[in-house]
Design a protein around this ligand. Structure first.
Ligand SMILES: Nc1ncnc2c1ncn2[C@@H]1O[C@H](COP(=O)(O)OP(=O)(O)OP(=O)(O)O)[C@@H](O)[C@H]1O
Ligand SMILES: [Mg+2]
Length: 234
């Protein structure tokens, strides 16, 4: 059984349907990428997993149905979410933003803070600084660290590289790889930056106007000329 199983998921904003019959699986220990252009439904998909949209279909974590559960319960079940544009509390310190993320923490908060500081040393240096005064890359790190404060099994990350310089993107990629390899975290990442997604993920799903158009391993997609031309710009 895959860690996350999504079956025929449709998501709605009022009358408008933003996802159509999306089915996908994320195996335990994998890094899986969702790629697609603006408005494809990437954020809607991650929001839906967190119980933040109205849906039809099934979303299961370790076989357990998530739809109908509250977002707090979904977090307690072991999913962490670093949403698009971070959504930090700008006039609170780095540390207080992390502590907000630990609200439903299942394990010792001091240990979680230490892990965050180990992964992102800059957040230790800047622990008392308001997040409004951080750089974009540092804010992205707070967002990731906050999502990790509940010690999730599955981490959802929405466009962590948006607007960031290549060097900072590489730093973030390195941390995500480390989380996956050393801490065994399973990661589902939404990205428009196809190259970034390909350097991290083993498996990709291409989402377009709310539907999965193509899916496969990075290896097979790279070799498929049609896919390469349409999505990977080479
Ligand atoms: N809160 C909302 N209310 C109504 N429609 C919404 C809402 N959020 C998203 N949508 C619509 O749902 C569709 C998918 O949007 P979504 O934000 O999931 O795309 P995305 O792939 O994340 O795009 P981007 O790369 O720009 O972040 C779009 O047509 C969008 O206009
Ligand atoms: Mg989005």
């Amino acid at each position: 059984m895959a860690l996350l199983e999504i079956d025929k998921l449709s998501a709605f904003y009022g009358m408008a349907r933003s996802l159509h019959d999306v089915s996908l699986e994320v195996e335990e220990g994998a890094i899986v990428g969702i790629i697609g252009p603006n408005g494809a439904g990437k954020s809607t998909l991650l929001d839906s997993i967190m119980g933040l949209t109205e849906i039809d279909g099934s979303i299961r974590l370790k076989g357990q149905e998530l739809s109908g559960q509250s977002t707090a319960a979904i977090v307690e079940n072991g999913i962490g979410y670093a949403p698009e544009r971070a959504n930090l509390f700008p006039f609170m310190s780095v540390e207080d933003n992390l502590l907000v993320g630990a609200y439903t923490a299942r394990t010792d908060i001091e240990t979680r803070l230490a892990t965050a500081h180990d992964l992102f040393p800059v957040l230790k240096e800047r622990r008392n600084q308001e997040t409004a005064t951080l750089s974009g890359g540092e804010r992205q790190m707070v967002s990731l660290a906050r999502a990790l404060m509940t010690d999730p099994k599955l981490l959802l990350v929405d466009e962590p590289t948006i607007g960031l310089a290549p060097k900072v993107c590489a730093d973030i990629a390195a941390v995500l790889k480390r989380l996956n390899e050393e801490l065994g975290l399973t990661i589902l990442i939404a990205e428009q930056n196809v190259n970034f997604a390909m350097t991290l993920a083993q498996h990709l799903f291409v989402l377009e106007t709310g539907e999965i158009r193509i899916s496969g391993t990075v290896e097979t997609l790279k070799d498929d000329a049609n896919v390469s031309d349409a999505y990977f710009g080479h």
